[in-house]
Ligand binder design. Structure first.
Ligand code: COA
Length: 340
């Protein structure tokens, strides 16, 4: 055995042991939106596939990115037959932390009863969950962490306005959280098979939240500080193309066909973007869940919300290949192919 071999630990596999989700109580339907702005249920459904979304309530119910994340993670731990004390890493993907400091992950870890473990937030906007998944998998494969959780939790409705000035974004976003719990295994065939992560910061202005007057792209409107700004048409075109390119890239890396993938677990941004990808690859409806109708675009929560729904419905099985796919502000796009 040479020195290089002794320094290389055998790669470990990673199993997804549990999942859970949490949604705010409040619902905002398209009919509710019709009363607040110049829009219609028919327009929203036809352009996005969304019927209603969940909206958090900080003052009345005490809901927040943190509380939703804690509930989702507690449910994921329960489904894995574990407690917080079993965890040695918690990542929270979010673009809406309750505070700039501390990281949401630290309080989530403490509130599920974890010890003094590694816990930090991952940005990445709507790609945050997939980016966190890939970095967690890389660290777990080396044995650095043995039992870990990734939470996606966002409350972006606080950064839109329910009037005509923001009717393009007000119809899209909803709040929620989802969590997955992972554990290493000696079976190296399980876990991450292939991944791709990309960004193009030159297109940042297509989707951003200005915090200062200097942040505005083009016209400055101080009343829109801390409010999502979006070039919907540009994001739509970008998303249709990158979604399909990402799927191709990931299938090629793994040397497989779309028909080998049991489930495409996709960020829910617009039902039309998902159906364009389905058509291009001939993916049957039952292999790409579309639940945007119930929740809207929940940012980093949308991918784990889909995973949890598929698991509850008995549609995920040991040995399945599943591909997580997302894109979002940055602009960013990423995928993660797993053998369950
Ligand atoms: N209700 C009714 N009309 C609306 C509207 C609303 N909520 N929002 C915009 N419109 C109007 C526009 O003002 C425009 O009117 P005009 O032709 O008189 O200028 C018209 O509808 C068409 O606008 P357009 O932006 O071309 O519509 P669209 O078909 O692109 O749909 C989105 C708009 C936002 C639904 C769509 O572009 C989209 O989903 N983009 C991707 C957004 C996304 O995924 N963001 C998150 C990424 S993670």
């Amino acid at each position: 055995m040479n020195a290089a071999q002794t320094l290389q630990p055998p790669p470990l596999g990673v199993r997804i042991l549990g999942c859970g989700s949490a949604l705010p109580v409040g619902r905002l339907t398209n009919v509710d939106l019709e009363k607040l702005m110049d829009t219609s249920d028919e327009w929203i459904v036809q352009r996005t596939g969304i019927h209603e979304r969940r909206v958090f309530d900080r003052e009345g119910r005490g809901e927040s990115t943190r509380t939703l994340g804690v509930t989702a993670l507690k449910r994921a731990l329960a489904s894995a037959g574990m407690t917080g004390a079993d965890l040695d890493l918690v990542l929270v993907a979010t673009m809406t932390p309750d505070m700039m400091c501390p990281p949401v992950a630290c309080r989530v870890a403490a509130e599920v009863g974890a010890g003094h473990i590694a816990a930090w937030d991952v940005g990445g906007a709507c790609c945050g969950f997939v980016f966190a998944l890939n970095s967690l998998a890389a660290q777990m494969r080396t044995g650095l962490y043995k039992t870990a959780a990734v939470v996606g939790s966002d409350t972006l409705t606080q950064h839109t306005r329910y009037d005509n000035s923001c009717r393009d974004t007000a119809i899209l976003f909803g709040d929620g959280a989802g969590a997955l719990v992972f554990q290493t295994t000696d079976d190296a065939s399980r876990g991450l098979v292939a991944q791709a992560m990309h960004s193009d910061g030159s297109c940042w202005q297509d989707l951003y939240v200005p915090q200062h007057v200097q942040d505005f792209y083009g016209e400055v409107d101080e009343s829109l500080l801390s409010t999502v700004r979006m070039n919907g048409r540009a994001v739509f075109k970008f998303a249709v193309k990158t979604f399909q390119d990402l799927i191709c890239e990931t299938l090629d890396m793994a040397g497989i066909q779309a028909s080998d993938v049991a489930q495409f677990i996709c960020h829910q941004s617009n039902a039309r973007i998902l159906s364009a990808a389905r058509d291009r690859f001939g993916i049957p409806e039952d292999r790409m869940l579309v639940n945007i109708g119930k929740y809207g675009n929940t940012v980093a929560a949308s991918v784990p919300l889909c995973y949890d729904e598929l698991m509850q419905a008995g549609r995920l099985h040991e040995g399945d290949l599943v591909m997580f796919v997302a894109f979002g502000g940055g602009l960013t796009w990423g995928s993660s192919l797993w053998r369950l």
